[in-house]
Design a protein around this ligand. Structure first.
Ligand code: ADP
Ligand code: MG
Length: 392
């Protein structure tokens, strides 16, 4: 993909609006995980260094209108700490108060606008909101890969109104996914897990012909096992997807799909449930599969450590509960040990990796879940499309 970057944009003395992805989890009003804020610092710092007057915007959560619980103040404070520059929190997204804040900010101070989803026009890409954002700046930089698959006012609308470029994080994300799509080093292994097979069917269909092996665990593997005719007890199954899944299993590349040999099953969906390890073909009635078993970990790990390219999305089990974390931990260890090119994407997958202390062990940790999958599916990302028009 040939997008304009910060190298193509004159920014000295200009007001530059940066769309970052600062959508972090909050706990009791403070930032619980600052991974996305950290990842947004390099672009903002570079623009500041080059003499731009930086204005940052982002969404945070899914507020219903102006809900103070979703205000960006804790995020802008953390951004300042991590970046080592002063920040000021604007009281609004657009309008005279936001404009006064931008105009009044001392040189070198980064202005953070309020949560873009406080404005109902954000998610429907309302032209008036886009014009309001564009009025606050002279240039636009999109660094929010995590929302690139959505056509919102702060991702698409504003890029149509100001000379625009992709930020450094956006560049890195696109580079990583392009490397997986265009001539990946082989063997190329994709590991999929997570809750729902319906989220991943598109990417399975598209990637199966391209990969050497696709390893499947997590909640989604039970729909595959069920489609193969096995009893899966009380495990998660998406009945409405059985036909599509069966077509994949029986299709030309079906043999590339590797399913678990054994599983950790629980007598109920609870952190302290009773646990058993059973063959994937013998899940007892009423028991629920919550993790892959030790034989599966070993088999998946031996495939992963010998791969030259690995993409992993979706935890192998309910890693939030320590009794069902071994599968995810085992795969994380194998990905860390893999000498090839490794990419991990997905909100929960990245959170799991960080929790396991392994975030430094992969080549690229993607901040975008849905956007990464959309890119791998070959879908057009509207926010990138909007930047393309500014290519020189
Ligand atoms: P990501 O955010 O990395 O894309 P998903 O959102 O697809 O991942 O899935 C993550 C969720 O899947 C986790 O909350 C995890 O508890 C859940 N999960 C994993 N395995 C199972 C399972 N066997 N049964 C139910 N839920 C599962
Ligand atoms: Mg998730």
């Amino acid at each position: 993909m040939d997008l304009p970057t910060l190298d193509d944009l004159a920014v000295g003395g200009e007001r530059v609006l940066v769309r970052a992805d600062l959508n972090v989890p909050l706990e009791e009003g403070s930032v619980a995980d600052d991974f996305r804020i950290r990842a947004s610092v390099p672009t903002i710092a570079e623009l500041r260094r080059r003499g731009a007057r930086v204005v940052v915007c982002s969404h945070l959560g899914r507020p219903e209108g102006r809900d103070p619980a979703f205000g960006l103040a804790p995020v802008s404070a953390r951004l300042g700490e991590l970046g080592g520059f002063p920040t000021v929190q604007a009281p609004a997204v657009v309008g005279s108060e936001a404009a006064a804040c931008v105009e009044g900010a001392p040189a070198g101070t980064v202005v953070v606008l309020e949560n873009t989803r406080f404005e109902p026009g954000e998610t429907r890409n309302d032209p008036e909101l886009a014009a309001g954002l564009a009025a606050l700046a002279d240039r636009f930089v999109n660094d929010a890969f995590g929302t690139a698959h959505r056509a919102h006012a702060s991702t698409v609308g504003v890029a149509e109104r100001l000379p625009s470029a992709a930020g450094r994080l956006m560049e890195a994300e696109i580079g990583a996914f392009s490397r997986l799509l265009e001539n990946p080093a082989r063997p190329y292994v994709v590991v999929l897990g997570g809750a729902k097979v319906s989220d991943k069917l598109g990417v399975m269909r598209r990637l199966l012909p391209l990969v050497d092996l696709m390893l499947v665990g997590g909640g989604m593997c039970f729909t595959l096992l069920a489609a193969g005719g096995y009893e899966v007890g009380g495990s998660l199954v998406e009945e409405s997807r059985l036909a599509e899944v069966r077509a994949l299993l029986e299709g030309e590349d079906g043999a590339k799909l590797l399913l678990p040999d054994d599983l950790v099953v629980a007598d109920r969906f609870a952190p302290d449930a009773a646990r058993r390890i059973v063959a994937a073909t013998r899940i007892p009635a009423g028991w629920i599969g919550l993790d892959i078993g030790p034989a599966t970990i070993e088999r998946f790990a031996s495939v992963i450590t010998r791969a030259e390219s690995v993409f992993w999305n979706g935890p192998m089990g309910v890693f939030e509960w320590d009794r069902f974390r071994a599968g995810t931990a085992g795969i994380a260890a194998a990905v860390a040990a893999c000498p090839g090119y490794t990419v991990v994407g997905g909100g929960d997958s990245v959170a799991a990796l960080r929790r396991l202390g392994r975030e430094g062990t992969v080549n690229h940790l993607s901040s975008g879940g849905g956007a990464g999958l959309a890119m791998l599916e070959g879908r057009e990302l509207p926010a990138l499309r909007a930047l393309e028009r500014w290519r020189r």
